[in-house]
Write a protein that binds this ligand. Structure first.
Ligand code: PLP
Length: 408
């Protein structure tokens, strides 16, 4: 790793020529599960609210009323996307807040009835895991269900874990690292039968998969804007109207008195536009992305001793997470960066940490295998040429790194 870092830094600072070469290289962004670029349409829709339409939505004069109308329009678009009522949507600062609020809000609200148990999975995002661990420290009971080796949660395991005390089941819709899609409808049905609230972190699925909260028995659902070409720092939480969820932060009466704070009008408008755009010809877009992704997977799997992590079939269309034996993922990410390619060596939220991914460990991979895994997350902005370029550069770099590490 150190050898790679040294060679990288000398490459970067070496000469003006090197810099020029770097600028000439192709740029491929394939880390869309970490974040996406803001689309032109989204930016265009936000601009008036960043400039002349700056009113506070609580104001009763025209400028305030216009801001309020813009917020309600966005709320309607999001509600339509998951087939709920607009007054069941609350805007938040993003997926992390939505997840924290969903879990803490339910447990705080139902603990007086003796409901002090939460069920979640071992491979959730840290926004869920750390919220649950914090609640466990405070005396609540938490059960972590492990996925199988394909990265899928067995609904029967959830059913077995439910007790009289269970207030909430929280299972992610699709995993952020390996992209595996969970049996949400079945888990929702079990929860419904047992009278337990079902929350799903749909940050990676929203805008990529058609969601119907009634059909799928979902009571609460977390959304994040920056995964679907809207800005960072905006998200939403859907809460079914019969659910009593306590406040998470305290202040004014915004968001029906449930989520105080002056609304981020431009970002809310952006999220509304992004939602509308994401759902336009969703099937066609997903098919295009899936074809590109499958091409990338088959090219990578031609390289000896590589493996796709997680189920191929039950997987987000843009996700390709692969293990490359004998190669350190961080070195790969940095060397691909020198070729103008952005990918991830795990989830962006854990980068900088030397720990193997908890997601990969949860599906039974060894520390070594987890540390040799990388994630490509492609979207509709990627092309066939991008796939060819990434596969070619990846193959060259793997050969180099394997030679360096004297991999046999
Ligand atoms: N949940 C999942 C599954 C995610 O992938 C992410 C972000 O990567 C989050 C929650 C956190 O969302 P945000 O970045 O909007 O706080």
């Amino acid at each position: 790793m150190n050898a790679v870092m040294n060679s990288l830094s000398s490459n970067v600072i070496n000469t003006a020529d090197n810099k020029f070469n770097f600028m000439e290289k192709r740029f491929v962004y394939a880390d869309n599960a970490a974040t996406t670029c803001i689309s032109e349409k989204v930016l265009e829709s936000m601009m008036p609210y960043l400039k002349e339409q700056y009113g506070n939505a609580s104001g009763i004069y025209r400028k305030g009323r216009e801001a309020k109308i813009a917020i309600e329009n966005a709320r309607e678009k999001i509600a339509k996307a998951i087939k709920c009522s607009p007054n069941e949507i609350y805007f938040t600062s993003g997926g992390t807040e939505s997840d924290n609020w969903a879990i803490t809000g339910v447990i705080e609200s139902y603990k007086a009835e003796g409901k002090t148990h939460i069920i979640t999975s071992a491979f959730e995002h840290h926004a869920i895991l750390n919220t649950c661990l914090n609640l466990r420290k405070k005396g609540f009971e938490v059960t972590f269900i492990s996925p199988d080796s394909d990265g899928i949660i067995n609904p029967e395991d959830i059913e077995k874990a439910i007790t009289e005390k269970t207030a909430l089941v929280s299972i992610m819709y699709a995993n952020n690292e390996i992209g595996t899609i969970q049996p949400i409808k079945k888990i929702g049905q079990i929860c419904k039968n047992k009278g337990v609230i079902f929350h799903t972190d749909a940050v990676q699925a929203f805008g990529h998969i058609n969601i119907d909260i009634n059909e799928q028995n979902i009571d609460m659902l977390s959304i994040s804007g920056h995964k679907i070409h809207s800005p960072k720092g905006i998200g939403a939480l859907y809460v079914r109207k019969n659910i009593n969820i306590s406040k998470f932060i305290y202040g004014g009466e915004q968001e029906n008195g449930k989520r105080p704070g002056t609304e981020n009008v431009p970002a809310i408008v952006g999220l509304g536009t992004a939602t509308e755009e994401a759902l336009k010809s969703l099937e066609k877009k997903s098919q295009k992305i899936r074809n590109l992704r499958d091409k990338l997977i088959s090219k990578i799997l031609e390289i000896p001793e590589t493996k796709l992590n997680g189920s191929h079939e039950k997987r987000l269309s843009g996700n390709c997470n692969v293990m490359i034996k004998g190669v350190d993922s961080e070195s790969l990410v940095l060397m691909l960066d020198l070729k103008g390619i952005c990918i991830s060596g795990g989830s962006a939220c854990t980068s900088g940490s030397d720990e193997p991914s908890h997601v990969l460990l949860s599906i039974g991979m060894s520390n070594e295998e987890a540390k040799s895994s990388i994630r490509f997350s492609i979207d509709e902005n990627n092309s066939e040429e991008d796939i060819e370029y990434m596969a070619k550069e990846l193959k060259n770099i793997i050969e180099k790194l394997r030679r360096l590490s004297k991999y046999k």
